[in-house]
Ligand binder design. Structure first.
Ligand SMILES: NC(=O)c1ccc[n+]([C@@H]2O[C@H](COP(=O)([O-])OP(=O)(O)OC[C@H]3O[C@@H](n4cnc5c(N)ncnc54)[C@H](O)[C@@H]3O)[C@@H](O)[C@H]2O)c1
Ligand SMILES: O=c1ccn([C@@H]2O[C@H](COP(=O)(O)OP(=O)(O)O[C@H]3OC[C@@H](O)[C@H](O)[C@H]3O)[C@@H](O)[C@H]2O)c(=O)[nH]1
Length: 313
């Protein structure tokens, strides 16, 4: 038995499934398309080892798999606050169903938890040992308390049923193919600047976030899934920026004449956030490679294409 980051023993992987022995990996995407879109999957459609199932994870799912990346959840604050009861159901019942599936087929399961489990953190930067500062009855609770329960379920299934688990605590991640109207800050600022709209900096503007480019995140998730520890492990880019600094970076990149205004914020917005990624570096040999200055232009170029904005405009 190996030892995990938090001292929880890691059980040996379940017996080899027939899928593990096949020459190629097969991927089954399960999504109810609440905030996602099939457009992002077009290039894989028709591939013999790729399949999509329209399914809501709050319902039971019967498939044969040996790895489960459990990402399904509304993730943008405007989406998760839109139907908070559904958000918490997705976190609780969705995670229970995915754990039930993992138990039935002997699969390893990875949960994409979040930096939001640290709430409005009183420790900075945030290490995995920090228990957080979360409002249990606020407008964000459906998401942050939901993810905290999802983590609890993961570890209870691990201890009680010997399920092989991995828990990633993801910090703000961005990149091409995000929903243009997703509502999160990087996509908002880029879309607003490209459309010639005023960027909406929510008050006070001095709150900080650390932004990780999507390809770095995917690499981190795969390393965690195939690595030796259960986690929880922070995955994120430690570069820390205020929202005003982000607006300035987008202005410099897209249009010097782009403007921003300070608008009202919603309650319980964390004032600071930055991952301590010592564990990810030491245990997984992972750290992000793409800085915000490198990632923003890649995202802006793809947003331009989708918004059909030419460089001459
Ligand atoms: N991007 C980030 O900054 C970030 C940070 C921390 C954690 N996460 C987590 O990573 C995961 C992916 O986030 P994302 O940023 O790619 O968001 P996203 O909205 O692009 O992806 C979430 C996906 O889950 C699907 N979904 C939602 N509810 C579902 C349900 N009940 N059944 C089936 N599918 C459902 C959506 O349709 C969408 O395709 C989420 O679990 C999120 O909480 C993301
Ligand atoms: O238009 C906007 C949108 C957001 N913001 C600010 O930008 C900061 C980041 O907001 P986002 O909505 O992008 O994301 P948050 O950091 O609040 O939450 C995210 O955290 C990690 C994940 O789990 C989720 O993807 C999401 O909950 C906040 O301080 C918010 O007030 C703006 O200034 N303007």
């Amino acid at each position: 038995m190996g030892e995990s980051a938090n001292g929880t023993p890691v059980r040996p992987p379940p017996p080899e499934s027939p899928l593990r022995n096949s020459k190629y990996s097969k991927v089954i995407v399960v999504d109810n398309f609440f905030s996602g879109t099939k457009d992002n999957l077009k290039r894989w459609m028709g591939h013999p080892h790729f399949e999509i199932i329209r399914h809501d994870v709050t319902e039971t799912l019967l498939v044969e798999v040996d790895r489960i990346y459990h990402l399904a959840c509304p993730a943008s604050p405007i989406f998760y606050k839109h139907n908070p009861v559904k958000t918490i159901k997705t976190n609780v019942m969705g995670t229970l169903n995915m754990l039930g599936l993992a138990k039935r087929v002997g699969a390893r399961i990875l949960l994409t938890s979040t930096s939001e489990v640290y709430g409005d953190p009183l420790v900075h930067p945030q290490p995995e040992e920090y228990w957080g500062n979360v409002n249990p009855i606020g407008v964000r609770s459906c998401y942050d308390e939901g993810k905290r329960v999802a983590e609890t379920l993961m570890f209870d299934y691990h201890r009680q049923h010997n399920i092989s688990i991995r828990v990633a605590r993801i910090f703000n991640t961005y990149g091409p193919r995000m929903n243009i109207d997703d509502g999160r800050v990087v996509s908002n600022f880029i879309a607003q600047a490209l459309r010639g709209e005023t960027m909406t900096v929510q008050a006070p503007g001095t709150q900080t976030r650390s932004f990780c480019y999507v390809s770095d995140m995917v690499e981190g998730l795969i390393k965690l899934m195939e690595g030796p520890v259960t986690g929880p492990i922070n995955l994120g880019n430690p570069g820390e920026f205020t929202m005003l600094e982000l607006a300035q970076a987008v202005q410099k990149l897209i249009k010097p004449s782009a403007r921003w205004e300070i608008v009202d914020n919603t309650p319980d917005d964390p004032r600071q956030r930055k991952p301590d990624i010592t564990k990810a570096k030491e245990i997984l040999g992972w750290e992000p490679k793409i800085s915000l200055a490198e990632g923003l232009p890649l995202m802006a170029a793809e947003f331009k294409q989708r918004l059909e904005i030419s460089d001459k405009k």
